[in-house]
Write a protein that binds this ligand. Structure first.
Ligand code: RP5
Length: 161
């Protein structure tokens, strides 16, 4: 019988894998998935393992916190976050992890300024919590940048970067 003081494991750790994927890809909405396809393709082509989750910073802040605070433990080395509109997701993730976070501002039918709302939300992080930012809908570049970061840390061979 478990002692009463034992706490439940964080949901994000239940599927713990020692050699989990190197890149975590998050988006704020299912509607963002298609815009991230170039990132999946780029990472697949380079043989870089990755995982994908839909986690919204405003609809599921607890889920985002759990994911971000346990990602490094599961083997993730870079997190790519795609989000549109007031794109808080990359900044919130960066506040819970010391892993490098790359934000991808996404254009959506509800965007203001054709994606400029998300771009400014991601790129204008206050000092102390850095988020790298690629171009609007620039998920392929996010994947290439992730590969270069991984190569610097020796997580992948330079040929894959
Ligand atoms: C953001 O709001 C998402 O990242 C998405 O780009 C945008 C619209 O989301 P939905 O209303 O389509 O779910 O949170």
């Amino acid at each position: 019988m478990r002692p009463e003081t034992q706490t439940e494991p964080l949901a994000a750790l239940i599927g713990f894998e020692e050699h989990g994927p190197l890149v975590g890809i998050l988006v704020g909405s299912e509607s963002d998935r298609e815009a991230m396809e170039p990132a999946f393709a780029e990472l697949d082509q380079r043989g870089i393992t990755h995982e994908f989750q839909v986690l919204s910073a405003h609809r599921d802040p607890r889920g985002v916190a759990e994911y971000a605070s346990t990602a490094a433990l599961r083997g993730v080395r870079v997190v790519i976050c795609g989000a549109g509109m007031a794109a808080a997701l990359p900044g919130v993730v960066a506040s819970y992890t010391e892993l490098p976070v790359i934000g991808v501002p996404l254009r959506s039918s509800k965007s203001v300024g054709d994606g400029m709302d998300a771009l400014l939300s991601i790129v204008q992080m206050p000092p102390g919590v850095p988020v790298a930012c690629v171009s609007i809908d620039g998920s392929r570049n996010a994947a290439i940048l992730a590969a270069r970061i991984l190569a610097q840390g020796g997580a992948i061979s330079p040929e894959s970067s």
